[in-house]
Design a protein. Sequence first.
Length: 417
Amino acid sequence: MKSALVAVLLAAGAVPAGQDPPKPAPKHKAEVKLKIEGGVPEWTFVIEGTSDLPDGTLLKARLYAVEEVVDFKGGKRIDEESLIHQGTGWRMVTVQDGKFRLVLLAAPRRPYSIWYRTRATYDPNVQPIPILDKAGENEMVWTADLHHGTPADFEREIAATLKDLTRELEEVLSLYRDLKSRFQVWNRAPDPAAFAEWRRGFASKVDAIRKHNETRFSIWIVWLERQARFRFESFCDRFDMLCADFAEWLPVKLKILEFSKDAPRHAEELKELGEDEADRQLRIMYGLTAFQAYFEEAREALGIDTPSDPDAVGAVLKDYEAAIGELSALAEKGDGAAWKEKAPDARARARRALMKLSAPGLLPRRAYDRVLELADKFAQLYVLLERTASGTKPPANETAAEHAGLVAEFRKYAGVK
């Protein structure tokens, strides 16, 4: 019967071949708005509107971050990403007296200046029978968009987030250094009581990082925010695992120290415990090394373009500048013999300093170009100073000034005073 009806409709031209019948026009109307309200300490995304739907009607409301993206098939398309991650990703709001209003999401972080969308859906499957009888069995959908802020606002917000992440990564690095130094101390003199007290304080700091991280928006549209959430969650998990490894290793270390007081009597136990401790120490050392490598990878992924240890960079630059100062003083004397005797050593010190700046973990990989540029300019400067020392007046150029400018710029970049 149904096939015959479709055939009749097709013959009449009511339904084009290969297409579904058009959806009936909505039986009811609704006007929907999306707002961002509040401020510190909490912002709220609110859906509100009016409708001629019967009182008691349930609407399913969703909240999205929206972006126009390039489609791999060609052209562009609109991509929607849910901002509600709990449960089914939507909230229920009830129409009463022709109105409805609901807080879709409360966030402790300031919303980014991007495109947001809300969608209110009349779903017949969730309606009470009396409402279903009045409003019907066809789905109805209403959408409202909110273009919050401007692209310039968004760029400023990303810059501020990057600045905050730089500070937060410094906190993570500080915890890592503390943990590593404790392992080195307790490897020589294990102290379970001191470890237990330290662990409580350390755990509270890690929990604070974890709770703060949970406030981030987990959306791909703001890639930096989502990436940060993933990275800091991993930092906290790694800290927890390392502390657990510490807790399992310390009793073994204590037993070894106790049995070592009468080593001949406990030879077998010491052999077994020694193997156990070696495995646990290896696990801890691997965890510490892997953490540092992951930290540097996270810095690169997040785009943190500053050194992880400005003080260490400053010390290397100080050695480099001292060597350059010595070479400049030798060149000014115009004493070829003195230059030949002392310049190679100063040159070697300057080159070693440049190599130290390229050591893994000291600078982000993207900063290596800065080091290479400085090394090239140093090579040019050395030739210039060598000619000056030999009494040969070099042609006028700005090599020395350019080198000094590169050093000053490097100091500024690295945050070295």
